[in-house]
Write a protein that binds this ligand. Structure first.
Ligand SMILES: Nc1ncnc2c1ncn2[C@@H]1O[C@H](COP(=O)(O)OP(=O)(O)OP(=O)(O)O)[C@@H](O)[C@H]1O
Ligand SMILES: [Mg+2]
Length: 499
């Protein structure tokens, strides 16, 4: 924190008095120095020493003193050294008035110059601060846009704000049930441990967090020592100045960002600057919420469509399939009672029975395709083997999945392989497809590669896009590599949940 380094300016009256005294002193000193000199070299040497003194005063004290000192020195040189010279004595009243007017002019010029210099320096500092602030906000905004994990982002915001602002520490906390504060992230200046620490804390008593929650606005408390604070540690009384800014998410005060100083008062613009950082925290939370909601809604969609498939399969099995089976039985009866001499009728009935058996087979096949029974009964390995057997393109399988995986992971994997094999047969003109699946570090790693024509483009159909949706709903990743002429390969990683 730079607060202790700030040099306070004197009040203007005191500055004028000091500058006048410095001017008068310089005149008297120069008068004594120049009065009895008869060597030009000594005069030049003295003049140079005086100039150096003026430069040093301007550099290390203020232009407000350097100007009257310099001008008073020049005046003394003219008065006592250059002809016509004046006697070295206290000036008479007419000369004294002249000298005072001259000195007053010099003091005025000095004070005005000092203020101009200071304003220019302040403007330069402010420009630098704004640039630093913009850069820090941009860095945080980039993290928000990249969607980094919430914990990492909050820590980065606290560090950026703490490094940029004139503070000893920054804390981000969120409100729970409007009665408690839960610690989220913190930064403190090296050598200045935070005055209190907590994972959870109540909000009773007079404190910035309770005030921010109550008002929904940035709040400052500069007299921490004077008010009764529910001291979470004795060092709370070390606080001199505290500012809190609300983190507002969708109109609700989600949390608070707090800055504190343990020596001077926090600068007047701390509320505004802290509020800017709190705004980025709010955006990050909204983004994360939206992403989580999106993933959850995709997962719900996939689960709902899997469920619909299962119901449809049941309906087929219990409904139409049963009716066809009983029709086949009736047909057997009809065949049995049909007169043997009517060969044509027997042939027609035989033909119908054949068609009926075929329809039943088709129906069984269809319902298996909708939801593979082999998958729920035997697991991924036999189900993938069945897919490979059915594929018109030869498939090489390398599977090391020893355990049963969660239902949704097995179903997801099955559909990825099924769609990839169908695509290879439909589009790739491939001679071979290789499928590998193994579990490593809690993830199922799946690849399906064909040696076909390549050039797959998810925009041209719905299959690959559907796979990407399914995989992301399961919290996994999918990468499709398919350069023209170089085959197509799908790499999928899914977090597994063992059953
Ligand atoms: N293995 C592959 N080799 C070559 N081209 C492919 C391959 N897989 C997909 N493609 C190309 O990418 C396009 C998109 O594939 P996608 O699976 O999304 O849709 P589709 O197979 O055409 O239709 P469906 O919605 O029935 O899956 C295909 O139309 C095809 O042109
Ligand atoms: Mg397809």
């Amino acid at each position: 924190m730079a607060a202790g380094e700030r040099v306070g300016r004197l009040p203007v009256a005191a500055e004028i008095a000091l500058a006048s005294a410095a001017g008068a002193g310089a005149f008297a000193t120069a008068a004594v120095a120049f009065a009895d000199i008869d060597s030009v070299i000594v005069a030049a040497f003295l003049g140079a020493a005086f100039l150096l003194a003026v430069i040093a005063i301007a550099r290390f004290a203020s232009v407000a003193y350097a100007v009257p000192v310099g001008m008073a020195g020049l005046l003394a040189f003219d008065w006592f050294y250059l002809a016509p010279t004046h006697p070295l004595e206290f000036p008479d009243s007419a000369n004294l008035v002249d000298l005072i007017i001259y000195l007053a002019g010099a003091v005025l010029l000095g004070v005005l110059s000092a203020h101009a210099v200071e304003r220019a320096a302040a403007a330069e500092r402010a420009r630098g601060e704004i640039a630093d602030e913009q850069a820090a906000l941009r860095r945080v905004a980039t993290l928000v846009a990249r969607g980094v994990a919430a914990g990492e982002l909050f820590a980065a915001v606290a560090t950026e704000a703490g490094t940029l602002l004139d503070v000893h520490g920054i804390r981000i906390a969120r409100y729970e049930d409007d009665t408690e504060l839960v610690h989220v992230a913190e930064w403190s200046e090296p050598g200045h441990d935070p005055p209190s620490s907590y994972d959870r804390a109540g909000l009773e008593g007079m404190n910035v967090s309770a005030e921010v929650l109550g008002t929904g606005r940035a709040v400052r408390i500069d007299n921490y020592q004077d008010i009764v604070v529910r001291a979470r540690s004795a060092r709370v009384s070390d606080l001199k100045s505290v500012v809190g800014a609300p983190v507002v998410v969708e109109g609700r005060v989600w949390g608070v960002m707090i800055a504190w100083s343990m020596s001077g008062l926090l600068p007047g613009d701390t509320e505004r600057r802290l509020t800017d950082f709190a705004g980025l925290v709010a955006t990050a939370i909204s983004n994360t919420d939206a992403r989580t909601e999106l993933i959850a809604s995709r997962a719900r969609l996939v689960a709902a469509s899997d469920e619909a498939r299962r119901r449809f399969e049941r309906d087929l099995h219990d409904g139409i399939q049963q009716r066809l089976v009983s029709l086949a039985l009736e047909l057997n009866l009809a065949e049995a009672v049909a007169p043997r001499e009517n060969a044509e009728l027997a042939a027609r009935l035989g033909h119908v029975r054949q068609g009926l058996t075929g329809a039943l087979d088709d129906l069984r096949e269809l319902s298996r395709g909708i939801h593979p029974a082999i998958l729920s009964e035997g697991g991924l390995v036999p189900a993938l083997k069945a897919l490979a057997r059915r594929s018109p393109v030869p498939v090489e399988l390398r599977l090391s999945v020893g355990e049963r995986l969660a239902d949704q992971v097995e179903v997801g994997t099955y559909y990825v392989v099924s769609e990839a094999l169908t695509n290879a047969a439909k589009h790739a003109r491939a001679s071979n497809v290789e499928v590998t699946a193994h579990v490593r570090d809690g993830r199922l790693q799946l690849t399906i590669g064909d040696d076909g024509v390549g050039g797959a483009d998810p925009a041209r159909g719905s299959g690959l896009t559907g796979l990407a949706d399914r995989v992301s709903a399961l919290g996994g990743t999918i990468a499709i590599t398919s350069q023209p002429g170089k085959g197509t390969s799908l790499r999928v990683e899914l977090p597994i949940v063992s059953q």
